[in-house]
Ligand binder design. Structure first.
Ligand SMILES: C[S@@+](CC[C@H](N)C(=O)[O-])C[C@H]1O[C@@H](n2cnc3c(N)ncnc32)[C@H](O)[C@@H]1O
Length: 225
């Protein structure tokens, strides 16, 4: 049996929790110490890719677009967003835990094709919520996968991201026709109704975790009307 190697640990800011990066063979995992929760593994990333493919479908072929990805994780969503975005576009990635960015600059980065080496990427360290405080129409797409979905898991503060005040701010930072896409481990029928209160046209998509198989995850797509 292949041994599991601990490659790094990182404190989650203002949270008290700890992220752990491990490797077993060519598979990487990021987990949350204590609760035994695996946040993600490099083997299973179909729905992380789908988040960007669905959330960026409307920018394909458009010049000078701007996309926000929150957070980095293993970079699969970021890589898929870069694939959808034109050469003249910018893709901002917001990440709360600085070590996650460092891990992606090391061996972990190979899994998703080293998106941080793409010169269209701008890294913003810190809480993605800070970027919505401008309330200025800035982004063509906002792709959120910071947790397990609208019920937060790694960071209790992430619940605030889906509050009325925050969704209103996100709506204001989207350009007209811009799309907010949110990854969720499960479907909550109340959440699309909540999104609709903020002048969004909402669709709910079910995607599979791995090559059309595996767990079913939900992606909420909210287009600014
Ligand atoms: C499940 S992973 C994202 C996976 C990513 N979609 C991928 O393709 O690999 C969640 C990431 O969001 C980060 N995160 C959690 N809360 C955050 C926040 N409020 N702002 C920015 N990043 C956050 C975590 O540290 C972690 O790197």
């Amino acid at each position: 049996m292949l041994p599991t190697t601990l490659l790094g640990t990182a404190n989650i800011p203002n949270n008290g929790g700890e992220l752990r990066l491990t490797q077993r063979g060519d598979e990487f995992s990021i987990s949350l110490k204590g609760v035994g929760g695996i946040l993600m593994t490099s083997r299973v990333h179909g729905s992380e890719v789908a988040l960007a493919e669905l959330g960026c479908a409307h920018i394909q072929g458009k010049e000078n677009t701007k996309v926000l990805v929150g957070g980095m994780g293993m970079g699969f969503t970021l890589t898929a967003a870069l694939k959808a975005a034109s050469k003249s576009s910018e893709v901002v990635v917001a990440e709360l835990v600085p070590e996650v960015i460092e891990w992606n600059k090391g061996p972990l980065g190979e899994c998703s094709g080293r998106p941080l080496n793409d010169n269209r990427v701008v890294v913003k360290l810190g809480d993605v919520a800070e970027l919505f405080k401008t309330k200025q129409p800035t982004y063509d797409a906002v792709l959120l996968d910071v947790d397990n979905g609208p019920e937060s898991f790694t960071h209790a503060d992430n619940n605030k991201l889906y509050s009325s005040e925050s969704l209103q701010a996100i709506q204001q930072t989207l350009k007209p026709g811009g799309v907010l896409a949110i990854w969720s481990a499960w479907h909550d029928p109340k959440f699309p109704l909540h999104l609709k209160k903020f002048r969004f046209k909402v669709e709910t998509k079910t995607v599979r975790a791995h090559k059309g198989k595996g767990s079913r995850h939900t992606i909420y797509l909210a287009r600014k009307i």
